[in-house]
Design a protein around this ligand. Structure first.
Ligand code: SAM
Length: 281
């Protein structure tokens, strides 16, 4: 089988795969995505030694297909991310720190859920490092989680190419990155170890319970992840975030995402930013 194959993913196999993906990873795959899924899986069919989608699909759902089944997430999700993406959020985060500190918080805990290759948690780290220059009495720890082990390895290495540095202002490049070269001689930038040491990464499927997380957070960022889930799943995940926020904790979602109609105890602070509402009965 090669890229010019005429084999197609049948409707029946598409429905089996999409049901599995939605149930296990949350990602919705309506029927018009059949061509997309087919093109994303084409390489996998060949690499696993099959000549058609039907045999590959049967393999996925067999006992021997467990590893491939777990890897499916890497072929259906998008990891698109950038440093300083939706930059107003980081300005807002910075504005919140003085009042947080006046309530005698000294160690801020931040969770970047669906962190992809690390640009989001490291942008948070750079923002907080800048604040530490003015407000000397505090420190922070950042947890980055994602469902994809492959992307988390990249996040831990924290090495980025020129293309990924476009949105990083010169001052931040100089202050928070070590510059070097890859084996192939291309320019590479690695987040400095003092920021990496404050950031830990862990695999977590947002469809699972969050009981494995050790503590509650002052800030949770879950941006550009919920958009792939249906309304019901989004609401369930947001409720679980609420349980993991400290009283007064703040939740950031993506600009294209919304909590409209969910009736959750959240007070909007600006578009896509919410404070956990604490009701006194
Ligand atoms: C588009 S990226 C967003 C990255 C970053 N938050 C941002 O806004 O730039 C979405 C990330 O969500 C992750 N993801 C998708 N489904 C997930 C799930 N069920 N649990 C945890 N992470 C998931 C993907 O692996 C991907 O890295």
């Amino acid at each position: 089988m090669d890229g010019t194959t005429t084999d197609r993913l049948s409707r029946e196999d598409f429905l089996r795969l999409s049901a599995f993906i939605t149930t296990n990873f949350g990602i919705k795959l309506p029927e018009h995505k059949v061509v997309l899924l087919q093109s994303r899986l084409l390489k996998r069919v060949r690499l696993n030694g099959f000549t058609n989608f039907a045999d590959y699909t049967n393999f996925i759902f067999s006992a021997q297909g467990l590893q491939e089944r777990n890897k499916l997430i890497d072929y259906v999700s998008t990891n698109k991310t950038d440093f300083f993406r939706e930059a107003k959020h980081f300005d807002f985060l910075a504005q919140q720190i003085p009042s947080m500190l006046s309530k005698s918080y000294s160690h801020l805990k931040v969770w970047s859920a669906g962190c992809s290759s690390g640009e989001e948690p490291y942008t948070i780290a750079m923002t907080l490092e800048e604040l530490k220059k003015t407000y000397t009495g505090f420190d922070y720890g950042i947890l980055g989680t994602d469902i994809s082990s492959r992307i988390l390895q990249k996040a831990s290495k924290a090495v980025y190419g020129m293309d990924q540095m476009i949105d990083v202002p010169d001052y931040y490049q100089k202050t928070y990155f070590d510059k070097g070269k890859t084996n192939k001689g291309a320019m590479a930038f690695q987040i400095k170890s003092r920021l990496r040491n404050k950031t830990t990464f862990k695999r977590l499927n947002l469809m699972d319970e969050f009981s494995s997380l050790p503590h509650h957070f002052d800030f949770i960022f879950c941006r550009n992840v919920l958009i792939y889930f249906d309304f019901h799943t989004q609401k369930q995940i947001l409720s679980k975030f609420l349980n993991k926020l400290k009283p007064d904790g703040i939740l950031f979602i993506g600009h294209a995402e919304s909590t409209l109609g969910m009736n959750l105890p959240l007070t909007q602070l600006m578009p896509s930013v919410y404070r956990k509402a604490t009701y006194i009965e």
